[in-house]
Design a binder for this molecule. Structure first.
Ligand SMILES: Nc1ncnc2c1ncn2[C@@H]1O[C@H](COP(=O)(O)OP(=O)(O)OP(=O)(O)O)[C@@H](O)[C@H]1O
Ligand SMILES: [Mg+2]
Length: 511
């Protein structure tokens, strides 16, 4: 690097203290114009906090921040925006009841005669922004809640780009994107790089980092461990720096499982426009995967089974007995729990404690003579927190103050604590680090091993393949085939999900 180079971002000795936690500890962090700089570290390492510092979320950070060589005080979101910082948050920040246009143009909605929104201009400007993320076809006046989680994530990026930032921070932008959408995003990032933007990219998905990053900084316990060119590091060296000790890559042992009684059977289940004529069963000790591209209808199917959305026809049998499920609480009463893919808006109450969140589905169980006692549930809470290694290990901490990965662990813990016989998991490890992912996988295997049935929906193909005994492939609302352990691989699932299962030898792909 020559001494004259002007850095897009130069943070020197920055720190941020929360009560009881020094989340960022004297960090130096530099980003050049036109580079993608990845930020890596375990859940709770301080990545989001460092980025929130640049986004102006804190008025009490210490240390110096320079943007394009100029010393700046980023004490408010408005100040950060004015200095060219654009932030795509880990947790979506879109307003659900508002339209795409109102979200994308927030704070700069074009008006006619000063009072009325200029609909035509709104439409044109929104479409212009949406085109930059490949979503030019969306209706600008559709509500955010009407579009998919994946589309919402890209809309969020479009919204940020609308302010023409010179530094773009993306905190786990791909955690809910399918492979095709990730490719699209990388195309967008490539373009932004060429325009000289500095891009900071947080992800737990290591293969992705090798694809997209030019340099990488590793954090641990609030401190910077180092910054490297991407070709100087390997997956193994990155993991070792993250966890702070040598790791060996021991293979997971696969044992032959014996399945028990049928726990859940679904016959001809249909919700018009979402899924059609779905039939399958899942047995005790079995992990059934559901694979498919985003938009195939997997989450909608899960929601239909647990009564979150009404179904039009079809039957559900629990342990052989036909059962009507009209709501998630009825599902729970019948031993079926569903972990949503959408933890912030549907899964967790961010303002209450870890303990209260975990106990929320168990209110009935812990209420006697009309009096609720959290005491009765305390041991359940501590047990799941310990198993899933929730940090900090204190049930009274407010969930909104946890790192993203730890929020995901609490969400899973909440459903595990209900001791379900059938657990349906939608993207169970979204946003968790490699270590936590293994912990969650162990929990899923333990649950199945104890005679329960687990259904896993995951866009993370290595995860789907590692966990499932059998994978149903879904496309355009229908089951189009099945792959059984032994024939399961990332390639076979991907081919099948794209409707090319016939290219696999006929006997391994039953449809
Ligand atoms: N508002 C807050 N109040 C108190 N503590 C907080 C707050 N926000 C974060 N922390 C703590 O600061 C530490 C760093 O959290 P941060 O969210 O920066 O981690 P992260 O590296 O982004 O993790 P993840 O990969 O799980 O998203 C954690 O110990 C977390 O519990
Ligand atoms: Mg984070």
């Amino acid at each position: 690097m020559d001494g004259k180079e002007i850095l897009s971002l130069d943070m020197r000795g920055v720190s941020k203290q929360f009560p009881g936690t020094l989340a960022v500890d004297s960090v130096d962090f530099q980003v050049r114009p036109g580079e993608v700089h990845a930020l890596l570290g375990e859940n709770g390492a301080g990545k989001s906090t460092l980025m929130k510092m640049i986004a102006g979320s804190f008025s009490d950070y210490t240390g110096d921040i320079y943007i394009m060589g100029e010393k700046v005080e980023l004490n408010s979101p408005a100040a950060a925006k004015a200095k060219g910082v654009g932030m795509v948050y880990q947790e979506l920040s879109l307003a659900m009841p508002l339209t795409i246009a109102e979200n994308v143009l927030a704070g700069r909605i074009p008006t006619k005669g000063k009072i009325f929104a200029d609909k035509k201009a709104m439409k044109d400007q929104t479409i212009e922004c949406l085109k930059r993320v490949g979503l030019g076809h969306l209706d600008p006046f559709a509500c955010i809640k009407e579009i998919s989680q994946q589309e919402a994530q890209l809309v969020e990026i479009a919204k940020t780009l609308g302010n023409n930032p010179s530094i773009l921070v993306m905190d786990e932008p791909t955690s809910s994107l399918s492979r095709e959408e990730v490719k699209l995003l990388f195309g967008i990032i490539d373009n932004l790089k060429k325009q000289g933007l500095a891009i900071i990219y947080i992800s737990h998905h290591l293969p992705e980092l090798f694809e997209v990053a030019d340099r990488i900084t590793i954090m641990r316990d609030g401190k910077k461990i180092g910054t490297y060119n991407i070709d100087e590091v390997t997956t193994k060296s990155l993991v070792e720096m993250m966890v702070g000790r040598p790791v060996d890559d021991t293979a997971v042992e696969v044992q032959n499982k014996v399945f028990g009684e049928e726990k859940l059977r679904v016959e001809h289940l249909t919700r018009h426009g979402f899924f059609h004529d779905i039939s399958f069963n899942v047995r005790a000790n079995e992990v059934l995967g559901i694979g498919g591209l985003s938009g195939a209808g997997r989450s909608e199917l899960a929601r239909g089974i647990v009564g979150a959305d009404a179904i039009n026809s079809g039957k559900i049998y629990i342990k052989g007995k036909e059962t009507k499920i009209r709501s998630m609480s009825e599902a729970l009463a019948n031993g079926i729990a569903y972990l949503t893919e959408n933890r912030k808006t549907q899964g967790l109450a961010l303002r209450i404690s870890i303990g209260e969140n975990i106990l929320s589905p168990l209110l009935k169980k812990h209420t006697k003579n009309g009096i609720y006692s959290a005491k009765r549930g305390e041991s359940d809470v501590l047990a799941v927190m310990k198993e899933l290694q929730v940090y900090p290990p204190d049930p009274t901490v407010t969930v909104g103050n946890l790192s993203g990965g730890n929020q995901q662990k609490v969400l899973l813990g909440k459903w595990v604590a209900t001791k379900p016989q059938v657990l349906i998991l939608d993207e169970p490890t979204r946003g968790v680090d490699v270590g936590a992912k293994m912990v969650i996988h162990d929990t899923i295997r333990r649950l199945a091993g104890e005679g329960n049935a687990v259904i896993v929906i995951s866009s993370d193909l290595p995860e789907l393949v590692a966990l499932s005994d059998r994978v149903k492939i879904m496309k355009e609302g229908k089951f189009i085939g099945e792959l059984i352990k032994g024939d399961l691989s990332e390639e076979s699932v991907l081919l099948a999900a794209n409707g090319e299962g016939d290219k696999l030898s006929g006997n391994i792909y039953a449809s």
